[in-house]
Design a protein around this ligand. Structure first.
Ligand code: MEV
Length: 428
């Protein structure tokens, strides 16, 4: 069978049903999967089992990003997001990267950190030594707490000790359990493990344990993606050479490196893509957000998660590294019907592969944003999509949305009142 390509020319012009049929053919979705996409993904009754006090569900648009080639493999990336332009932008950037061989991505082992806070020790130095001398005992106890993860090849990997001689409440010791959670995001497993070893730590240190919880700054669970965009791919219709655009993108990135005000927005754009994949696949996007921003500040100043520079051949090289605690088992990944279908579309076997694709999406999303910002400006591309939303808000229905949006853009007057007038005129 020929390799599947994620290039889907004209996909955006198809009707929604046709798009579902195309993706179904691509990913081998059955009737039930397609019904999930076209109908209500998560039934309200099921929502009632997922959270307390449920009164319904809240739906978001789900799209697929095209053109992604990650580690030589074509993937269609499901993304759940309410913001116009995100899907179009990321697919455009993935096409640029594709021209240079796509994305190369890698991950560290999926190692989470669990923290145990110890106070009221008779002596901090002795407490540190006692924990260090009993690492193996603590790791064995942690493994005892979750046979499932250990059976799947995960489990305790190390114990680290972080003494804080001074804190607002006096000397404190924090014990880090490094725990490989394999294909799960792992919050449950790591929390169970730190709760299990806490009494042992209290005994070893002679102290009192307070918090026992994972850290979302999972800097031992990193994903990196890289790409090279050939300079000529970046040339603009107005004749601006690609080499100049590559330089403008490098400058845009440099601003985010040195200035936290810009870095916040720059990284927000990255998270537009990363979150959308996390949401679509039922992953905890707040955890990923927390980890990404904490990691962006790891050197003491909040900075860019990406690096873009013109390489020795004059092409544009980009790289991102961020913590990505995402799973393909556990949590909502298998419970939420749409997340299940999204994972089927991705067709990835492991959490590490999901993290690699997600990192590539973050890098592509960032490229699209800073390319637009450094050239035409962001509003240019947004206009048509914004006009569609305004038309919808004014009450336009299926056949009318494109027509009204087109008129609003032509008039450069994208306001709901004008959309209402146009609707009135066209349906009179
Ligand atoms: C908008 O959602 C995201 C951007 O602001 C990101 C950026 O400025 O890099 C366009």
């Amino acid at each position: 069978m020929a390799e599947k390509s994620s290039r889907l020319p004209g996909f955006y012009k198809l009707s929604l049903e046709e798009r579902v049929a195309t993706v179904a053919g691509w990913a081998g979705l059955d009737e039930a999967d397609q019904a999930v996409l076209l109908g209500q993904g998560l039934p309200a009754a099921q929502a009632g089992y997922m959270i307390e006090n449920a009164i319904g569900t809240f739906a978001l648009p789900l799209g697929v990003a095209a053109n992604f080639l990650v580690n030589g493999r074509d993937v269609l990336v499901p993304m759940a997001v309410e913001e116009p332009s995100v899907l179009a932008a990321v697919s455009h950037a993935a096409k640029l990267a594709r021209a240079g061989g796509g994305f190369q991505a890698e991950t560290t082992e999926p190692i989470m950190i669990g923290q145990v806070q110890v106070l009221d020790m008779p002596d901090l130095v002795t407490a540190v030594q006692a924990v260090q001398a009993n690492k193996q005992r603590l790791m064995d106890a942690a493994d005892e707490s979750s046979h499932n993860i250990v059976r799947r090849g995960g489990g305790a990997r190390d114990v680290e000790v972080c003494p804080f001689p001074e804190s607002p409440v006096g000397p404190m010791l924090v014990v880090h359990l490094l725990y490989d959670t394999r294909d799960a995001m792992g919050a449950n497993a790591i929390n169970t493990a730190v709760e299990a070893i806490a009494p042992l730590i209290a005994g070893l240190t002679g102290g009192r344990v307070n918090l026992r919880i994972l850290s979302n700054l999972c800097d031992r669970r990193l994903a990196t993606a890289r790409c090279t965009v050939p300079a000529e791919e970046l040339s603009l219709p107005d004749g601006t050479p690609g080499a100049s655009v590559a330089r403008l993108i490098e400058e845009a990135n440099a601003l985010a490196v040195v200035d936290p005000y810009r870095a916040a927005t720059h990284n927000k754009g990255i998270m537009n893509g990363v979150d959308a994949v996390c949401i679509a696949t039922g992953n905890d996007w707040r955890a990923v957000e927390a980890g990404a921003h904490a990691y962006a500040a790891r050197n003491g100043a909040y900075s860019s998660l990406t690096d873009w520079h013109v390489d020795e051949n004059g092409d544009l090289f980009g790289e991102i590294t961020l913590p990505l605690a995402v799973g393909v088992v556990g949590g909502a990944t298998k419970v939420h019907p749409t997340a299940r279908v999204a994972l089927k579309i991705l067709g990835l076997a492991t959490a590490e592969e999901l993290a690699q694709v997600t990192a590539a999406v973050g890098l592509a999303q960032n490229l699209a944003a800073i390319k637009a910002l450094a050239t035409t400006g962001i509003q240019h591309g947004h206009m048509r999509l914004h006009a569609r939303q305004v038309a919808l808000a004014a009450g336009a229905r299926d056949g009318q949305v494109e027509q009204i949006a087109g008129l609003l853009v032509a008039e450069k007057n994208i306001r709901v009142e004008r959309a209402r007038e146009l609707l009135h005129q066209t349906s009179a």
